[in-house]
Design a protein around this ligand. Structure first.
Ligand SMILES: *Cc1c(COP(=O)(O)O)cnc(C)c1O
Length: 244
């Protein structure tokens, strides 16, 4: 496997910096990356990935003005965010982890954006639950740009057909595409592929870029970057992949 062909990581704040300082650093990097390619920084949304992080750090981010957050598990998000969302009604909460159909009800009630629509059964369940609750989060389709067998997401070649199925068979409006490139690969080609797919599909939202490469993602057209460790520090507990 080829290693170390990844881009240099964006400048990171000192490890002991507080959340407000880290936020300012990350916002500065986004602004610089956007301006560098002639984009308005306001067209890039910073999704602060707060999975596994303690509520005090989330509160620090809220106090510093951050309002868009991402969580990867429905139950954890429900426990952490039910009260916080009541307290901060302008918070926009994104689900960025896999969604099981038996958690669709909770997910539709809690999240403002679901970034991980990755199969027809889920699209069908979301459409039905949206009707039941009279509310539907904004939806992004997850694309498996690296075609990794263990990873969720629609294969790039199948994206147009899947979008048509969401729209025509289930009446779902899809706002954009999201991808998590293979960990050990140069992300640029995956970012380019995702941005190209979104453009060809006429979709405005492009969710790509994490702590190690969000500046590159912004330069390549991301409208949403999902940043966790650069904002909150290392996650202390392991994240349970495959559970939402
Ligand atoms: C955890 C996670 C992130 C954030 O990763 P960092 O490297 O901590 O910035 C972004 N996207 C998804 C889908 C994640 O699960």
């Amino acid at each position: 496997m080829t290693r170390a062909s990844k881009p240099p990581a964006p400048p990171a704040p000192p490890v002991d910096a507080d959340v407000a300082t880290r936020l300012a650093t990350v916002r500065g990097v986004i602004e610089g990356a956007a301006r560098g390619v002639g984009r308005d920084p306001a067209t890039v949304s910073l999704v602060a990935v707060s999975k596994v992080q303690p509520v005090e750090k989330i509160r620090a981010a809220l106090a510093a003005g951050q309002r868009v957050f991402g969580e990867n598990r429905v139950q954890e998000a429900k426990a952490k965010w039910t009260d916080l969302k009541a307290e901060y009604p302008d918070v926009e909460l994104h689900l960025i982890g896999p969604l099981q159909t038996n958690k669709v009800k909770d997910a539709v009630a809690l999240f403002d954006v679901i970034q991980t629509v990755d199969r027809e059964r889920l699209a069908e369940a979301l459409a039905a639950e949206g009707k039941r609750q009279g509310r539907l989060p904004r939806l992004l389709v997850e694309v498996n740009t690296g075609e990794e067998p263990q990873k969720a997401g629609i294969a790039p070649a199948d994206v147009p057909a899947f979008l048509a199925t969401c729209r025509d068979a289930h009446g779902l409006e899809i706002a954009g595409l999201m991808a998590i490139p293979p960990a050990e690969e140069e992300p640029a080609m995956h970012f380019a592929l995702l941005a190209d797919l979104a453009r060809k599909s006429g979709l405005s939202e492009i969710s790509m870029g994490m702590s190690g490469d969000y500046d590159l993602a912004v330069r390549m057209g991301a409208t949403q970057v999902r940043v966790g460790t650069a904002l909150f520090g290392e996650r202390v507990k392991p994240v349970h992949e495959g559970e939402a």
